[in-house]
Design a binder for this molecule. Structure first.
Ligand SMILES: *Cc1c(COP(=O)(O)O)cnc(C)c1O
Length: 386
C-alpha cells in the first residue's frame, strides 16, 4: 500500500477558527469591522510594542504597496531589494512608477547581501526592502545602520518571518519605517489571503489606513464639523481596495494565538531534518544565531554537486515517492519581465543563481506527524544514496 501523497504545504485550521468564522457570518458584519480591529490590536500586543500600529490588509502585497506609497516613493526613485524573492516584493515598486535595484544574496544566509546593497545605492535610491528569507531574520542592526548612513527608508518584507527574532527582538518591532507580514494559505499563519502592515510612524499609519480603503477619510470631514455624521466621509486620494474582511480576521485572531506553538512544531521538524541529513551530500538551511527564533516557514536544502543528481530530477524522485516539494525562488533576474526591463544576466547574481540551481524546499508544516517527517527523511536518503 502506498501512503497518500504528502503535499508541500497545508494550513492548520482548528475548531476555534471555524467557530469564530461562523460567529462572524451570523453577526451580520462580514467585511472590515470589529474582528479586524481586534485582530490588529492582538497583533500589536503579540509584537509587545504598544507604540506600534498594526493595519490589517488583504495581502502582504497590498501592505508593501501601501507602505511604499505612504513613504512617497514614486517615479524617478529607486528601491533596493534582493533578486532572491517572490515577485510581490519588487512589483509594488513598479506600481508606483519607481525602479527596482536587484542585488545578490549572501550565500551564508540566502538573504540580501548588505555590502552589495550599499554598492547599489545611487542618488536616486530612497528605500531598501530586506526579505527575511525562509524565516531567518536579516541582520536588522546592519540594515538600519546602512539606512541611516544613506538616508534610506526601510520596509521589511516579513512574509516569512512570524515569529522570527534578530538579537532577541521580534521582526516587526525594529525601528524600520514599516514591516509587512503575509497570511497567505502556505505561510506560518493564515487567513486564506491577508496581511498586516506594522509601523511606529503615525503619519505612515494614517496614510496607509486612508489608502487601504479608497482614499476615504472621515477625519478630513471632521475638520469642518464638530461631530461627523455616520454617513459622512471625504475622498482625499485615489486609494485602493486593500481592506481585510472580518471573515478573514476571525481566522487570524485564532491563528495568531497559536503562532508560537506552530513555530515550535516547525522548529522540531527542522531539527529532525538537520540531524537526519548530516553527512548527506546537501547543505542544510542556515541556522539563526544562538538564542534567536527562526520561524521555519521554509526548510530549503541545497544539493551538493557530489549528490550526483540534478535539482529537477531530485524533485521528480521525491514526487514519485509521494512527496511534494517546491523551489524558493526562481530568482527575479530569470523572469522575462525583470530580466528584460533591467537587462539582467545570471552572472550578475552568482550566489542567487548558484543557490537556485540546487535549492529544494521540503515539506515543513504543523500538520505533519512524526511519520510524515520520517517519510521525507527516508525518501531524501534513498534518492541521494540510490
Ligand atoms: C508570500 C510572499 C509575499 C506576498 O504575500 P501575499 O500575502 O500573498 O501578498 C511577498 N513576499 C514574499 C517573500 C512572500 O513569500
Amino acid at each position: 500500500m502506498t501512503p497518500p501523497f504528502l503535499p508541500f504545504a497545508l494550513p492548520e485550521i482548528g475548531e476555534a477558527e471555524i467557530a469564530e468564522v461562523v460567529d462572524t457570518l451570523r453577526s451580520g458584519w462580514i467585511t472590515t469591522g470589529p474582528k479586524a480591529r481586534r485582530f490588529e490590536a492582538d497583533f500589536t500586543a503579540f509584537l509587545g510594542e504598544p507604540s506600534l500600529q498594526s493595519i490589517a490588509v488583504n495581502s502582504a502585497t497590498a501592505g508593501l504597496h501601501l507602505a511604499l506609497e505612504a513613504l512617497g516613493i514614486g517615479a524617478g526613485d529607486e528601491v533596493v531589494t534582493t533578486t532572491h524573492t517572490f515577485t510581490a516584493t519588487a512589483e509594488v515598486v513598479r506600481y508606483l512608477g519607481a525602479d527596482v535595484k536587484l542585488v545578490d544574496i549572501d550565500p551564508a544566509t540566502l538573504c540580501i547581501d548588505l555590502a552589495q546593497a550599499e554598492a547599489a545605492i545611487t542618488p536616486r535610491t530612497r528605500a531598501i526592502v530586506p526579505v527575511h528569507y525562509g524565516g531567518l531574520a536579516v541582520d536588522m542592526t546592519a540594515v538600519l545602520a546602512l539606512a541611516r548612513r544613506h538616508g534610506l527608508k526601510v520596509v521589511e518584507d516579513a512574509a516569512h518571518a512570524l515569529p522570527s527574532t534578530h538579537g532577541g527582538r521580534l521582526v516587526g518591532s525594529f525601528a524600520s519605517d514599516a514591516t509587512v507580514f503575509s497570511f497567505y494559505a502556505t505561510k506560518t499563519m493564515t487567513t486564506g489571503e491577508g496581511g498586516m502592515l506594522v509601523t511606529r510612524d503615525a503619519a505612515l499609519a494614517e496614510r496607509a489606513r486612508v489608502m487601504r480603503l479608497h482614499g476615504i477619510s472621515r477625519d478630513a470631514f471632521d475638520r469642518f464639523t464638530a461631530k461627523v455624521p455616520s454617513w459622512a466621509y471625504e475622498i482625499v486620494a485615489p486609494g485602493f481596495k486593500y481592506n481585510l474582511t472580518d471573515i478573514a480576521a476571525a481566522i487570524g485572531i485564532h491563528q495568531l494565538q497559536r503562532a508560537r506553538g506552530f513555530q515550535q512544531r516547525r522548529a522540531e521538524i527542522a531539527a529532525q531534518y538537520d540531524a537526519a541529513f548530516a553527512g548527506l551530500p546537501l547543505v542544510t538551511p542556515p541556522q539563526p544565531a544562538a538564542g534567536d527564533v527562526h520561524s521555519w516557514h521554509l526548510y530549503a536544502i541545497r544539493l551538493a554537486d557530489e549528490a550526483g543528481i540534478t535539482r529537477d530530477r531530485f524533485i521528480e524522485a521525491l514526487f514519485e515517492r509521494g512527496i511534494g516539494c517546491s523551489v524558493h525562488y526562481i530568482p527575479l533576474h530569470l523572469h522575462p519581465y525583470w530580466r528584460e526591463r533591467y537587462g539582467l544576466r545570471p552572472e550578475d547574481f552568482p550566489h542567487s543563481q548558484h543557490a537556485y540551481e540546487r535549492l529544494v524546499s521540503l515539506p515543513i508544516y504543523t500538520r505533519m506527524g512524526d511519520g510524515d517527517v520520517q517519510r521525507v527523511i527516508d525518501a531524501v536518503r534513498a534518492v541521494l544514496k540510490g
